[in-house]
Design a protein around this ligand. Structure first.
Ligand code: ZN
Ligand code: ZN
Length: 331
């Protein structure tokens, strides 16, 4: 990671996303939405008239049980292995026109509870070595359906970033006797400038090593390998910290803030992950309203992120806006 904050004001002639202005807000129910209550999905299955959270198998799975089992071995030095698993969709709410940021804390808690149950259920299957939960939010990250939802990939392989985190967490615990993430939280709290919100048992911060301008982590303060380790109070505090962060994102430019959000939970591969500290990562691709952070020479070509902004300044922006969602002020 390289910080070059003086580049922020360089002239920009690139694409400005959605510069024509916001579209009309979508309705609470959309007859053509595959995720709204009572509607038919692509598979023909019909959604129940659900009241809070709905979980179902993805009708267009990227990883599915029908993946090829026998692969032709590649020539030369290359290797391959069958990737399989299953993919699910989790709708946060029956309401088509809300985002996670706009849900009540109790509703976010129910979403987290459903994700915990999925991790436990899917992760206990012998063929599943990892459960990845992620939300793509906003058209700039390729989301066509605004109905609030996230996805789950339960796979026979561990995604690379989590594999790296698991290896480093194990090594750090062995060498230092403390979980790595505890020392990250400690460093962020000692400095304080990048802590966005903190309550009794949860914390949200824009880490020193953030790659994107507004990249933030949300985590319980105690080390738990997954959501399954959190007690009721910790779940509530985590939901609250997540809510505050997401509301501040939206309030920053008074627009729904696009992001890729992932839950980093320990692999379910049977290895010892006692040093793994569950956390939520939010990676917003915008660095200014309607202005994407493009990955180019340094990132794609060189393998290091070039930061156009100072993390302390971006954290100060997030700390400077209200905890009350702008849409609620007009509602
Ligand atoms: Zn919908
Ligand atoms: Zn992580």
């Amino acid at each position: 990671m390289i910080v070059a904050a003086h580049r922020q004001e360089r002239p920009w002639h690139g694409e400005r996303l959605g510069a024509s202005g916001p579209l009309a807000p979508p309705p609470a129910y959309a007859a053509d939405c595959y995720f709204c209550p009572g509607n038919a999905r692509v598979s023909g299955a019909r959604n129940p008239h659900y009241r809070d959270v709905l979980v179902f198998d993805n009708d267009h799975p990227c990883v599915g049980p029908d993946a090829p089992r026998e692969l032709e071995p590649p020539a030369g030095i290359y290797r391959n292995a069958p990737a399989n698993g299953l993919a699910r969709v989790v709708c946060y709410s029956p309401r088509h026109n809300v985002t996670l940021a706009e849900l009540e804390v109790a509703e976010i808690e129910r979403v987290l509870g459903a994700l915990r149950d999925q991790y436990v259920d899917l992760g206990s299957r012998p063929e599943v070595n990892h459960v990845l939960v992620f939300e793509n939010k906003g058209e700039v990250v390729g989301v066509s359906n605004p109905h609030p939802h996230c996805q789950i990939y339960a796979t026979n392989f561990v995604f690379k970033t989590i594999e790296t985190e698991a290896v480093l967490s194990r090594r750090y615990l062995k060498e230092h006797g403390r979980p790595l993430f505890q020392d990250i939280i400690g460093s962020e709290r000692d400095d304080g400038r990048r802590v966005i919100v903190e309550n009794a048992s949860a914390i949200a911060f824009l880490p020193y090593f953030a790659r994107y301008a507004y990249e933030c982590y949300v985590a319980p303060k105690a080390t738990h390998a997954s959501l399954a380790g959190l007690n009721a109070g910790e779940m509530q505090d985590l939901a609250l910290a997540l809510k505050v962060l997401l509301v501040r994102y939206d309030n920053l430019w008074r627009m729904p803030f696009p992001y890729v959000m992932t839950l980093h939970q320990a692999p379910t591969d049977g290895a010892d992950h006692s040093g793994f500290h569950f956390h939520v990562e939010c990676h917003p691709p915008l660095r200014k309203p309607h202005l994407l952070k493009y990955l180019a020479g340094p990132e794609i070509g060189g393998g290091n992120f070039l930061g156009d902004t100072l993390p302390e300044e971006k954290a100060a922006e997030l700390k400077g806006v209200s905890d009350v969602h702008y849409a609620a002020l007009h509602g």
